[in-house]
Design a protein around this ligand. Structure first.
Ligand code: PGA
Length: 248
């Protein structure tokens, strides 16, 4: 049985003090969680978060990683640096990176491979924009993103990878894909992975849904057969809401 994975994506929120406080609040509320629980915090809060999660169920994640190991890449952070801080998961290719920071299918692939090289576990994000959805291109877009993101990623790495399906129009908007729609698109993603890696590996890989997932819709989304977890933005910023999603 696959263990579901619920990850909070804090985005650019909270100071170190607040990070410590929020993790202390979340920890007892998720102590009996059946799923894996991750918080992806801003780089500056990683060290504080690492200490705060000690002895809890919560695992540590970052929100991006550069493809190079070192060099003239102002403001970027390498996989080796994250590894040193005991980061376990790292989000790659989030739609906000694609939309506002020029992230492409190629850079997503390069970042994912760098993460894997340092034994980090990438959470690879894919998803269509509203325009693409309305043009009936959802399947085409997610298949293209998956094929690109997994270029030269070998099958043995697959167990350390999580995919997040996040329809861009559902992120931070309060609009959720219907559970059925989310399930159907994740099935398309899994089929693309099956073509690349075969049935067993594709079935074992965990695929999250993300986009306005919250305590109200988590149960229904998580009940879908293709959905193995959630990537939670807004609702991960409050302990009670996040815990409710985790304990869906
Ligand atoms: P949201 O964000 O839950 O606030 O929609 C999800 C995400 O961007 O990962």
């Amino acid at each position: 049985m696959k263990r579901p994975i619920i990850a909070g994506n804090w985005k650019m929120n909270y100071t170190q003090a607040k990070t410590k406080e929020l993790i202390k609040e979340i920890a007892p509320l998720v102590a009996d969680a059946q799923c894996e629980v991750v918080v992806c915090v801003p780089y500056t809060n990683i060290e504080v978060a690492r200490k705060a999660i000690r002895g809890t169920k919560i695992k540590l994640g970052a929100q991006n990683v550069h493809w190079a190991n070192s060099g003239a890449f102002t403001a970027e952070i390498s996989a080796e640096m994250l590894k040193e801080l005991k980061v376990e998961y790292v989000i790659v290719g989030h739609s906000e990176r694609r939309q506002y920071f020029g992230e492409t299918d190629e850079t997503v692939n390069a970042r994912a491979k760098a993460a894997l090289e340092y034994s980090l576990k990438p959470i690879i994000c894919v998803g269509e924009t509203l325009e693409e959805r309305e043009a009936g291109k959802t399947a085409e877009v997610v298949i293209r993103q998956i094929n690109a993101a997994f270029q030269d990623v070998d099958k043995t790495s697959l167990k350390r990878i999580v995919v997040a399906y996040e329809p861009v129009w559902a992120i931070g908007t309060g609009r959720t894909a219907t559970a059925q729609d989310a399930n159907d698109t994740i099935a398309v993603i899994r089929k693309a992975l099956r073509k690349l890696y075969g049935k067993t590996a594709a079935r074992a890989l965990r695929i999250q849904y993300g986009g306005s997932m919250n305590p109200k819709n988590a149960t229904e989304l998580m009940a879908q057969p293709e959905i193995d977890g959630g990537l939670i933005g807004g609702a991960s910023l409050k302990a009670e809401d996040f815990a409710k999603v985790v304990n869906y």
